[in-house]
Design a protein around this ligand. Structure first.
Ligand code: TXE
Length: 504
């Protein structure tokens, strides 16, 4: 009997199904199949690859309700959350590639330096090979399918390892890709946990796209470094929300509640810390407490917050809350846990020596910290090892942009939260401990390619820089340096170029 993983419904704690974990031999075979499939897939035109994407998009649209049910079984998240943030966000990304991939990846003409006469230059974006996508449990559909289709449209083949916490969604993804008719071996799913992920790295993929925790991300990078495999890491966040006194208070409160509690806080871009200007702190906090009372907890269509997906995560939340309370924070809501459903936890009097502020809690906690000045707000927001997303709230957009320019984050939202990650046009990724690399947008698509630069020389005869080296060449190069980079007049420049042109 092989190793198994159990799919557990987080809402009930009941085991739903068990899955066979991929053996080392299966991992090896999957890679060899993927390499075989790459030979044909890489040669397809982008247009042709997009036909597969289009078929996949249509199938996802047709089966969206069934997908929501699958995601619910794995995560317990509210139906709207699954439909909007897993299904809709993925469809937008597919459509974006259908409409833009060809343009983004087309051969680009580049300038050629004047000392290379009769030369021309261009850049090609070429497929890398087999891409390993290792994905997490919080958005098991979006965070698996988006990197996978990005790699595929760029001409790579993909092996996806979904999180061992959400294998049902992983299986469903494979079913959808098969239905869309992707050629055998172009896209495969391997079920399993860390051991399978590690084994995949040993098979030396040509790129690894990892989404998950910082510690695991470091391990992935360390293992990949043995073979110099390029690694893209989408890790956690500790996102700050900065609310200035002139902001629309009602909107900011509602935004804070959504940003902190969407997916029960199990979201890499969830609001983890709220900094509120002194003068409005009291009113903001009072309204926030009232707004949080409106949140319905449970599963299905008309609830806002589902269960914690992973038991281990409940322990992290408890640990962060206890640490804050021991260090003097005030609890503004009751701590309530029903099964794996946690109720929102609002705290004030929190400080930067508490885990809740320093680390990623990944749960439904809302710590509020007052600030006096713009400088203080920026300093507090940057006082973390993470740098994923942040939001700035004020009616004064120039002021907001100035604040944003001083924040150490990969992404920022002015007067809103979270959904900037859903724009396919914008690159997304973190700085500091939040990761390495960008996906989404043109930058993200290109990151799944190798850049090949090409120069063509239509010159006849010999070249100025070729052997032999002698004093004449030394003088010529010296003159060229003066003409190109020195402070000489136009006439001297033209004369030098005219003299050397014939030798180039
Ligand atoms: O994820 P892991 P965990 C954060 C969140 C959470 C913490 C840890 O704070 O508390 O990360 O979560 C695979 N080689 N986020 O431990 O372990 C694993 O099987 C290769 C933020 O549950 O990072 C899974 O497929 N792969 C994040 C994937 O890595 C390995 C979302 C992620 O699991 C491996 C999730 C190994 N050695 C958690 N070990 C976000 N950015 O949204 C494990 N894996």
């Amino acid at each position: 009997m092989g190793e198994k993983i159990e799919a557990v419904d987080p809402a009930t704690g009941e085991k739903v199904r068990s899955f066979e974990v991929a053996t080392d031999l299966q991992v090896e075979k999957a890679f060899s199949k993927s390499r075989g499939a790459f030979d044909c897939w890489k040669d397809l035109s982008i247009d042709k690859r997009c036909e597969y994407l289009e078929r996949l998009r249509k199938i996802i649209v047709e089966r969206k309700d069934e997908l929501v049910e699958t995601i619910r079984l794995d995560t317990g998240k509210p139906d709207v959350e699954a439909l909007m943030s897993d299904v809709f966000a993925t469809l937008s990304m597919i459509r974006y590639y259908e409409e833009n991939a060809e343009n983004i990846l087309e051969t680009e003409k580049r300038k050629t330096p004047s000392e290379y006469p009769k030369n021309s230059s261009y850049v090609d974006y070429i497929p890398m090979g087999v891409v390993a996508v290792i994905s997490p449990w919080n958005y098991p559909f979006q965070l698996s399918v988006v990197p996978s289709i990005t790699a595929l449209v760029a001409g790579n083949t993909v092996i996806l390892k979904p999180s061992e916490i959400t294998p049902i969604t992983g299986e469903k993804i494979m079913e959808l890709f098969s239905k869309a008719g992707f050629p055998e071996g172009v896209f495969q799913v391997l079920q399993g946990g860390g051991r399978v992920g590690q084994q995949m790295i040993e098979e030396k993929p040509d790129k690894i796209f990892f989404t998950g925790g910082v510690e695991t991300g470091k391990k992935v990078m360390e293992n990949a470094s043995k073979y110099l495999i390029p690694v893209e890491l989408e890790l956690g966040g500790n996102d700050a929300m900065i609310v200035f006194e002139e902001a629309d208070l009602e909107r900011a409160v509602k935004g804070a509640v959504y940003g902190s509690l969407a997916n029960a806080g199990q979201l890499c871009v969830s609001i983890e810390r709220i900094y509120v200007q002194n003068s409005i702190e009291e009113e903001f906090t009072r309204e926030l407490i009232e707004e949080v009372k409106k949140i319905d907890i449970g599963t299905g269509r008309d609830v806002e917050m589902g269960p914690m997906i992973l038991e281990k995560q409940i322990e992290t939340v408890k640990d962060h809350v206890n640490d804050a309370l021991e260090k003097g924070a005030d609890l503004l809501t009751e701590i309530k846990k029903e099964g794996s459903f946690l109720h929102p936890i609002i705290l004030n009097n929190v400080s930067h020596d508490m885990k809740m502020i320093k680390e990623e809690t990944f749960g439904p906690t809302i710590p509020i910290v007052p600030f006096e000045s713009e400088d203080e707000a920026v300093e507090l927001a940057n006082a973390t090892s993470y740098g994923l997303n942040a939001s700035v709230w004020t009616d004064d957009i120039s002021k907001a942009k100035e604040i944003v320019s001083r924040l150490e984050t990969g992404n920022c939202y002015i007067n809103d939260v979270v959904k900037n990650i859903g724009s396919p046009h914008l690159p997304f990724g973190g700085v500091k401990n939040s990761g390495i690399g960008r996906y989404h947008g043109p930058e993200g698509l290109k990151s799944f390619t190798e850049t090949r630069s090409v120069m063509i020389n239509k010159n006849k005869g010999t070249e100025l820089n070729w052997f032999p080296y002698d004093n004449d060449l030394y003088v010529d190069i010296g003159d060229l340096i003066e003409a190109k980079h020195g402070d000489v007049g136009l006439l001297k420049k033209v004369k030098t170029f005219f003299r050397l042109w014939r030798k180039m």
